[in-house]
Each structure stands twice: as structure tokens, then as C-alpha cells.
Design a protein around this ligand. Structure first.
Ligand code: AMP
Length: 424
């Protein structure tokens, strides 16, 4: 009977090979892709002050946070996402750098939600933040980065849903709805509870607020049809200006072939800091969003900084992994794997041999016992491509006996001429 409970805490997971290797591969692909776009990496703390998120994350996120007091009595939390920390970092350290400031991260986030498939209490987000540019070029870049990353990892079946928080905010502002009520209305709409949102508004204003219900009728793939629909449901003024911007982004997104894409005027995102263009990446296989983001032009000033436009996104690495696995995905670029079985204690010789192969990117694992048949069994069960056997005879002749575990071919190869490409 074990003396400790072996199950991780509810909602937490142990990740073991091959999943752990696959997830790391997906993370590395993100590092590569974000760097190619000129984003620089940041490493952010897992624990933050609760206040950072309380200010503008929205009720949904705040309700699902791990909040606790540290030993000095500070009210802290496990971060539920990384944008707030990135904005804090920008304000503290990066705001004096030349604009734009472009950063990316890969990190764990924590939400106390009901665990289910694709919904964990600890999960990995990979994201970018783009500070200091208010124009649509920054938003467009997010979409092409996502297109390229999903192509890199070969996730094919996804849809991009675009929206604009400015449309809803402009309508709510035109009815003089206070900001905290606006956040609640947006939260309800995000949860699909549009009728509740309308009921709440009717208690506060005498104007006709039914346009809120009409918005979701405007779900269009065509940018001109989106504009027409916006006008038809009675949107005007500032709100219509935002529909126009969304229509422009939709048109460019289609031209850039960012994937199957449509815009939905009734789409809202739960994170209350969004101010403008927003989007989500929906996986058809999972029926869940694998990523989302948008513009948050007021967050930096809400934190007490100068008005700074900002846009960004976060992808859920666990969900991307799940969606890929559902389609039978296997991790590409597997290195050649060699099990070295030493029957000698000539460590210098063994190290020279292993270093040559590792230098060419091969995995070389040294079997700890001088036992050939046990070593071969281990190698076969663990998916090794080759076994390399070195006894005293091989050492004296400067060679190694290499066995191809798939074809069963065997050859004696000189260590000085050893190369992954020349293995039998
Ligand atoms: P959000 O910060 O809510 O916009 O989430 C961004 C992405 O993080 C989502 O699209 C998901 O892919 C991922 N995500 C959010 N919550 C969870 C969770 N509980 N479990 C796994 N992934 C999540």
C-alpha cells in the first residue's frame, strides 16, 4: 500500500511519453514560429497578486481562479492566463523600448473549472503580445502567425471566428451603461445568455435594446455582406465604424488565406479587457476553441500607465495536441535512436563513439549492464532503430558492431568513420 496518494490533485495531470514529448514539440514549434515573426521570449511568474486580474479579467475568469494568502498575508493567485502579467511587465520594464514591443511566452495557466475533456485546471498557453500599434496591421499579423503555426504543426480542421468588442461597447455606451454593468452584459453574451443580457439592460434603459439580440444574425463570411447585415439590424454611429473595421480585417484575412474564416457581430469574449477586434480559433474535431485573442487598448492605462494600444492571443497547447491526436497525428522529425550496449569499461572510447553520433543529432542511450540480449530486448521494446555493441575486441580494432533493429542487418563500422547516414 503506497504511503502517499498517487493520483495528482483533481484537474491536474502527470504527462508521460509520448504525450509529454509531443507537447514539448508543439511548444518548441511555437518558440520557432513566434521568433521568426520577431517576437522575443519572456518568462513570467506563475504566482501574481490577485489584484492584477481582479481589475479587468471579467467575472468568469475571476470566479475560476486559485486565490490564496501567502505567508506574509498577500492575496495572491495562480495566473489564469498570461496577458495580464505581460501587460504588467510591459508597464514595469518594457515601455521605454522602441515601439512596437513584441513579446511571446509559453507557460502554464490555472483555472478552477470542472475538469473534462480538453478542460484542465492546469494547462499550457502559448501566446504573443504586440504593444504600441493601434492599426489593423498588428491584428492581421496575429492571424498570419496562427495560420503559419497551425500549418507547422499540421492542424488542418479549424475555423477562425472574428468579432469586434467595439460594436457592443459603442451600443452600451450610447445607452450610458456603466462599465461594470457592460462587463456583466458582455459576460452573459459570451456565455450565450443573450436574453438574460437584454433583460438586464431593459431594467436600466428605456431605449429599444433589441438590437443586441439581432447582432448574432450577422454571421458572415463575406465582408460586404457583413456591412450590409450591420446596417440592416440598425447599427449606426461608432458601432458601425467598428463593423467597418471588422469587415476590413475579414477581407484581408481571406486574401491572406488564414483558414476558413467568418465574422460574427454577436460574438463577445469573456475576458473583460478586450476593447476592439477579437477572435477565436475553433477546432472542428474538438468542438472547442483552441485559441483566442484580440485587442486590449485600455489595459495598460487601467494599470496606471500611459494609453498604449495592444493586441495579442493565446493558443491552448493541450487542446491543439488533443485535436491533432484525434486526427491520428504523429510527431514528425524523430531523431535516429541508438542503444549503445557496452561490454567494456573503456569510458573514453564509449564517450567518443556516442559523441560522434549525438553530434549528428542521433539519440544515443547507454545501456547500463554488459548484457547483449537484455539490451536488445530493451531496445526493441522502446522503439530504438539501432543497437551498437562495443566489447574489448571492438575497442582494440577501433570499431563498433551496429545492428539495425528493423531490417536485422548488421555491420562493423570504424568509429572514426561513424556517421548516422552510413549506419546499416
Ligand atoms: P482564454 O484565455 O480563455 O482566451 O483561452 C485561450 C485558450 O486557452 C483557449 O482557446 C484554450 O485553448 C486554452 N484554455 C483555456 N482554458 C483551458 C482549460 N481549462 N483547459 C485547457 N485549455 C484551456
Amino acid at each position: 500500500m503506497p504511503k502517499v496518494r498517487l493520483e495528482p490533485v483533481r484537474g491536474m495531470r502527470d504527462l508521460i511519453p509520448p504525450e509529454s514529448s509531443e507537447i514539448l514539440w508543439l511548444e518548441n514549434a511555437f518558440h520557432r514560429r513566434a521568433s521568426l515573426y520577431g517576437y522575443e521570449p519572456v518568462i513570467l511568474p506563475t504566482v501574481e497578486l490577485f489584484k492584477l486580474f481582479e481589475i479587468k479579467s471579467g467575472p468568469e475568469i475571476v470566479r475560476s481562479m486559485y486565490v490564496f494568502k501567502d505567508k506574509a498575508g498577500r492575496q495572491v493567485c495562480l495566473r489564469p492566463e498570461l496577458t495580464a502579467s505581460a501587460a504588467r511587465l510591459f508597464l514595469k520594464t518594457l515601455q521605454t523600448r522602441p515601439r512596437p514591443v513584441k513579446i511571446y511566452y509559453v507557460g502554464h495557466a490555472y483555472r478552477y473549472e470542472e475538469p473534462q475533456r480538453g478542460r484542465y485546471r492546469e494547462f499550457i498557453q502559448a501566446g504573443v503580445e504586440y504593444f504600441g500599434e493601434e492599426g489593423v496591421s498588428a491584428d492581421i499579423e496575429l492571424l498570419t502567425l496562427i495560420r503559419d503555426y497551425l500549418r507547422d504543426v499540421s492542424l488542418k480542421h479549424y475555423k477562425l471566428k472574428l468579432g469586434h468588442m467595439g460594436v457592443l461597447r459603442a451600443l452600451l455606451n450610447s445607452w450610458s451603461i456603466p462599465e461594470d454593468v457592460q462587463d456583466e452584459v458582455i459576460h452573459l453574451i459570451d456565455k450565450g445568455l443573450v436574453e438574460d443580457a437584454v433583460r438586464l439592460l431593459r431594467k436600466l434603459v428605456s431605449e429599444d435594446v433589441s438590437v443586441i439580440e439581432e447582432l448574432s444574425k450577422c454571421r458572415e463570411e463575406d465582408p460586404d455582406a457583413l456591412m450590409r447585415c450591420g446596417k440592416d439590424v440598425g447599427i449606426g454611429g461608432d458601432a458601425l465604424m467598428h463593423v467597418k473595421e471588422l469587415s476590413k480585417i475579414l477581407r484581408i484575412a481571406k486574401e491572406l488565406k488564414v483558414g476558413e474564416v467568418y465574422a460574427d457581430l454577436g460574438f463577445a469574449r469573456g475576458l473583460a479587457y478586450y476593447t476592439g477586434f477579437i477572435f477565436e480559433v475553433e477546432s472542428s474535431a474538438l468542438g472547442l476553441s483552441v485559441g483566442g485573442g484580440g485587442r486590449y487598448d485600455t489595459l495598460i492605462s487601467l494599470y496606471g500607465g500611459p494609453s498604449t494600444p495592444a493586441t495579442g492571443f493565446a493558443l491552448g497547447i493541450d487542446r491543439i495536441h488533443l485535436a491533432l491526436k484525434m486526427g491520428g497525428w504523429c510527431m514528425p522529425e524523430k531523431a535516429v535512436k541508438v542503444l549503445l550496449i557496452p561490454l567494456t569499461e573503456n569510458y573514453i572510447y564509449l564517450d567518443r563513439l556516442a559523441s560522434r553520433l549525438r553530434g549528428e543529432g542521433a539519440v544515443v542511450n547507454v545501456y547500463p549492464k554488459p548484457k547483449v540480449s537484455a539490451g536488445l530486448r530493451y531496445a526493441s521494446s522502446q522503439g530504438y532503430d539501432y543497437a551498437a555493441i562495443v566489447g574489448e575486441r571492438e575497442v582494440s580494432e577501433g570499431v563498433v558492431t551496429v545492428k539495425n533493429l528493423r531490417t536485422r542487418r548488421q555491420a562493423v563500422v570504424s568509429v572514426d568513420a561513424l556517421s548516422v547516414g552510413d549506419l546499416p
